[in-house]
Design a protein around this ligand. Structure first.
Ligand code: SF4
Length: 254
């Protein structure tokens, strides 16, 4: 039953996937909002790509849903940007938290887990909260770009997310960083002040540093570790519960 439901949903996506590759970002957003209504939401950590997506989404649908994973370890500049977004776009960001407070994490897993096991820390503070959030959605919209990391190089504009069991829409998947920044300047889009201080990619305070001249833009993420992804966009098959599958099927009208 579970496989049949997933196969049916994947067939629906396969029907539009090829055509979607030539869609403009605004077309992808329009399709997503029309197809999924209130069961689709934009996911963002408020990097430059995310800000472009938020601006575009606001021009397609004023009351679009926007959520973020708040690890409780973010920079003050990131929290400040969230306040500016809520004011400019007139929306309330849906903030998703780990089930463990920072203090509970320390008492359970020891101090400064990110220095010993960043994968576990990201799993506790990002991946599991995201998994919980996505169970209430039929589709999510992200701002990943193919040239950001090797893991993202095969991403499609519209795809089935087997890891979380829902549709994933990546409107600017084929954009370059230059296009992103041109859009930001052309449309006066707000962005994180740290980008002006050599932080091209911004995550948690514990795991982000400024980059030096000539370094890869993501060299400042998890310095000292081979890690390049927090796990949100890694493709892997993960079984979901029958209840979750039934709920997904209802959202797709299957
Ligand atoms: S980025 Fe660092 S501090 Fe943030 S959740 Fe991952 S390991 Fe933990």
């Amino acid at each position: 039953m579970k496989n049949q439901i997933h196969e049916h949903l994947q067939d629906q996506i396969a029907d539009v996937q090829h055509a979607a590759e030539s869609w403009a970002p605004q077309h992808a957003l329009t399709w997503a909002f029309e197809r999924f209504g209130n069961s689709v939401a934009v996911s963002s950590a408020f990097g430059p790509e995310g800000m472009v997506l938020i601006e575009m989404a606001s021009r397609v649908r004023k009351d679009f849903r926007l959520f973020t994973i708040d690890t409780e370890f973010l920079f003050p500049e990131t929290y400040n940007l969230m306040d500016r977004i809520e004011e400019k776009y007139g929306i309330a960001i849906e903030k998703v938290y780990s089930e463990l407070s920072p203090e509970e994490q320390e008492s359970t897993h020891g101090a400064a887990l990110w220095t010993r096991d960043p994968d576990l820390c990201c799993n506790l503070r990002k991946v599991e909260p995201l998994r919980r959030k996505l169970t209430e959605l039929g589709a999510w919209i992200t701002s990943i770009r193919r040239d950001q990391t090797s893991v993202r190089s095969s991403a499609r504009r519209v795809e089935w997310d087997a890891k979380f069991g829902l549709v994933k829409i990546n409107p600017i998947v084929d954009w370059t960083s230059k296009q992103v920044w041109r859009y930001i300047h052309d449309h006066d889009v707000p962005y994180n002040e740290l980008h002006n201080q050599d932080y091209p990619s911004i995550g948690c305070t514990h795991c982000t540093r400024a980059v030096r001249p000539g370094e890869d833009p993501r060299a400042g993420r998890w310095p000292g570790f081979a890690k390049t992804e927090c796990g949100l966009h890694i493709i892997e098959p993960v079984p979901t519960s029958p209840a979750t599958d039934a709920s997904k099927a209802a959202k797709f009208g299957s």
